[in-house]
Write a protein that binds this ligand. Structure first.
Ligand SMILES: C[S@@+](CC[C@H](N)C(=O)[O-])C[C@H]1O[C@@H](n2cnc3c(N)ncnc32)[C@H](O)[C@@H]1O
Length: 358
């Protein structure tokens, strides 16, 4: 017996659902085209060089006109570029350019498509893990994940970290301005470490991550950003990073990725000086699943299924906190690790910024 024979089908509901699925299928395949536009500089050239026909854009970017023509048609159908039938020219309005062409804009999202690409490229490993129950470690993913995470999160950090998140913490901005010792744990490519080091040249910033290629990349990025003097990057696990008497320890979008976030928080508690601050930045989430059933929650639950939860399950303890833990669950982890106070200092649609004190 088929499903359609066992239950009455509401035709209107079916049509509406198929409309949604067609939209989702278009979105899912269009991601690959965003990667192409990003890699070949098609968005940048269109945004910076102005309206162009397919032939003009191909010439500007040294690419093949036939491919660019098809790509532009798909972009116009996506609403990622505008099309003028009178001149057969394509163009990007300022809002499209901010999201897709300008790496320094606070809403730049093209880099996120490298994270999405890794979900497809690594899908067979995660499928196998569903069967075995084992984890998939950070290092087992395609390298586009590491770059994509840096590029996706950096926009948000660049827009808010120094301007509003640090000032929202009790007395931390003043300490950093005067000269403080900071550990950025799970620092990845060091986007957050470098932004803080640029803003507070009197302070020293120690970036730790257990993924060696990320640490190498962070060192190179710090050199090119001109902050090699007040940054140091070292391979270390969150539960064992070196140093004591830190004034500030930060974890940006990584505590939930760890197998033992409580053990990591306990180590952070020991490494802080008695008046220090633990700044925990996590993906935005409400406490209850039902309240996270929205586009941001959808994206984060998907990333959590493909990346964060498998990574946590690959490590000791294997708590599998997930990227949508929410403040109450995070509070349990942090207070059970010995912190006595925790409060929400700030939030954005993508992040919760929590302040914990010993
Ligand atoms: C989603 S990325 C965030 C990276 C960076 N903080 C950022 O915001 O761009 C998670 C990072 O946590 C690191 N990580 C995961 N488990 C770890 C552990 N147990 N100890 C140290 N680093 C860990 C990964 O290597 C990865 O760089």
């Amino acid at each position: 017996m088929t499903i359609t024979e066992t239950a009455a089908v509401d035709t209107a509901r079916l049509q509406a659902f198929m409309g949604k699925m067609v939209g989702d299928m278009s979105t899912a395949i269009s991601g690959a085209l965003v990667l192409i536009g990003d890699k070949l500089g098609l968005y940048k050239s269109l945004a910076e060089g102005g309206a162009a026909t397919a032939a003009e854009l191909a010439k500007r970017t040294g690419t093949a006109e036939r491919y660019v023509r098809e790509w532009l048609a798909a972009q116009a159908a996506s609403g990622y570029v505008d099309y003028d039938p009178a001149t057969a020219r394509f163009a990007m309005n300022p809002e499209q350019a901010m999201a897709l062409a300008s790496e320094s804009s606070p809403v730049y999202v093209a880099g996120a498509f490298e994270v999405i690409a890794s979900a497809y490229l690594d899908e067979s490993k995660v499928t196998a893990a569903f069967r075995s129950g084992k984890g998939v470690g950070w290092h087992e993913h395609h390298e586009c994940l590491f770059r994509g995470v840096e590029r996706f999160f950096r926009s948000g950090y660049a827009a808010s970290l120094v301007q509003s998140w640090i000032p929202a913490l009790d007395g931390v901005k003043e300490k950093l301005a005067g000269g403080a010792k900071v550990a950025d744990v799970g620092c990845g490519h060091g986007a957050s470490t470098i932004l803080m080091a640029q803003a507070f040249p009197n302070s020293s910033f120690h970036g730790f991550d257990f993924h060696e290629p990320s640490i190498e990349r962070a060192r190179a990025a710090a050199r090119s950003a001109g902050v090699a003097a007040n940054t140091r990057f070292e391979v270390a696990k969150a539960k064992g990073f070196p140093g004591r008497d830190y004034d500030l320890v930060t974890c940006f979008d990584c505590l939930h990725d760890m197998g033992d976030p409580q053990g990591a928080a306990a180590h952070i508690r020991r490494a802080l000086n008695p008046d220090g601050t633990f700044m925990l930045v996590e993906p935005f989430a409400h406490d209850d699943l039902a309240d996270n059933l929205n586009p941001v929650g959808r994206m984060y639950y998907a990333a959590s299924t493909m990346i964060c939860t498998p990574n946590s399950l690959s490590q000791e303890v294997g708590l599998g906190l997930g990227a949508q833990a929410g403040e109450t669950r995070l509070r349990e982890v942090v207070t059970s690790a010995g912190f006595t106070r925790m409060r929400r200092a700030a939030e954005t649609p993508f992040n919760l910024i929590l302040e914990a004190r010993p």
